[in-house]
Write a protein that binds this ligand. Structure first.
Ligand SMILES: *Cc1c(COP(=O)(O)O)cnc(C)c1O
Length: 430
């Protein structure tokens, strides 16, 4: 399989080249030039397969011959070394908990898969690769953990100062080694803009080999489709239409779900749920795509004013608005609705939602008003302890932090403060 640029001005590249480059030279996002659905039989036998076997079949055509099958299987084993439990919240509503990985974020899967692929691709090269990534919170920790100690790879993380939680900050600033964190005076979009600028800066690109580990990188974006197979497999015995509600920021996760659907996974409908950064829900209502400056919310991993993957979502439907609307409904919820939801669900069921999962849950409830008798799975994208301040206030109870985070919490923060693009450039070239 080859990947074309969605700006259509650069040549197509293999999985290997597209992963190493991150973004095409014409600044476009890479997109697979042909997606072959998996055989019907594969879906009939889904329940007999392990998630690792399913993942291999799902991703194999996207990797092509750039990684030998045996190695790819090892990478998948390494990536999927934890479970995604499906937890019933109430009648027909389930949380697919994606936060049982090392950093308690669903981004662990993409980060680990990409780190392993890149490590393999760069094994024989003497030149190191620098992974440059902007984060609104969760990506940073997952990337730091996934890439930590991978030979030949340096990681530089940009995060908005004071706008990530304490755990998130510790996860990206305490490892040291090949991981460096830059604390940016600004919001997430400022970080993302700087990263984008660095990628097209000829002076930088002449001196170092840069790649991205945001979901614009295909090796981080595509493995997220595994969640949908896992969720579908676990819910298929109910014999009802299955919908996925996806708390969305940069729209990488939902876009991977749409690829799973394209492979033939019988997903009924997607709900793109978000906070007040509602450019996509507004687009689905009005047909007008109008990005706005980022608004800060309590679900800060979704504080994205101009989602980078939405262009891929549109491409999946060949920019056909009617098809898009038939498959995706968009909802936006504010902080007070989110807090109220966390409080009520805890009161009713004892289940503790994080602000992102809560927004996914709220989306399902709204969708059910018109579409009853279906299965709804919302993506539990983060462990509630990562947003403890907000959640504890809502439920009036302390959240137990999983033991595996103790080491991170005891670590000492080590970051470099930067003000603008010039300082990033100085750092990269220095
Ligand atoms: C990254 C993130 C999201 C948004 O995912 P996208 O792929 O950017 O849409 C939602 N929730 C949490 C907790 C996240 O970390």
């Amino acid at each position: 399989m080859f990947y074309k640029s969605l700006n259509y001005l650069s040549k197509s590249e293999s999985f290997k080249e597209a992963t190493i480059k991150g973004i095409a030279s014409d600044k476009g996002l890479y997109y697979p030039d042909e997606i072959k659905p998996l055989p019907k039989q594969f879906f009939q036998n889904l329940n007999k397969l392990s998630i690792q076997e399913i993942a291999f079949s799902a991703i194999n055509q996207f990797v092509g011959k750039t990684i030998p099958e045996k190695k790819l299987k090892l990478i998948i084993e390494e990536t999927l070394s934890f479970d995604f439990p499906l937890i019933k919240i109430e009648e027909n509503i389930f949380s697919l908990e994606l936060f049982h990985g090392p950093t308690l974020a669903f981004k662990d899967v993409g980060a680990r898969f990409m780190a392993q692929c890149l490590g393999y691709f760069n094994e024989k090269s003497k030149e190191k690769i620098t992974v440059l990534v902007a984060t609104s919170g969760d990506t940073g920790g997952a990337v730091a953990d996934g890439f930590y100690n991978i030979p030949g790879i340096e990681v530089v993380i940009l995060y908005p100062k004071g706008k990530v939680s304490e755990i998130q900050e510790k996860q990206m600033t305490t490892l040291g080694g090949n991981i460096t964190s830059l604390e940016v005076e600004g919001v997430f979009d400022d970080c993302q803009d700087m990263v984008k600028k660095a990628f097209i800066d000829t002076e930088i690109n002449e001196k170092i080999r840069l790649t991205s580990a945001n979901s614009i990188n295909i090796a981080r974006w595509l493995p997220q489709m595994f969640y949908y197979f896992a969720g579908y497999q676990k819910a298929s015995n109910f014999n009802l239409p299955i919908n996925f509600s996806v708390p969305s920021g940069n729209y990488g996760n939902i876009c991977a779900g749409l690829i799973a659907q394209k492979l033939g996974l019988p997903i009924n409908h997607f709900l793109a749920c978000t906070n007040l950064n509602d450019v996509v829900p507004r687009y689905l209502d009005s047909g007008i795509y109008n990005p706005k400056p980022t608004i800060q919310t309590i679900s800060n991993a979704m504080d994205v004013g101009n989602p980078s993957n939405f262009i891929r979502v549109k491409k999946i439907f060949n920019n056909d608005m009617q098809k898009l609307k038939k498959n995706i409904t968009g909802y936006s919820f504010n902080d007070s609705e989110t807090k109220k939801c966390i409080k009520n669900i805890h009161k009713k069921t004892k289940y503790i939602l994080d602000p992102h999962g809560a927004i996914g849950y709220l989306g399902l409830k709204k969708y059910y008003k018109k579409n009853p008798n279906q299965i709804g799975i919302f993506m539990g994208t983060a462990h509630p302890c990562k947003f403890a301040e907000v959640v504890e206030k809502a439920i009036n109870e302390e959240i137990v932090i999983p033991k595996r985070l103790n080491k991170t919490l005891k670590g000492i923060k080590n970051s470099i403060k930067i003000l603008d693009y010039n300082q990033l450039k100085e750092y990269l070239l220095g």
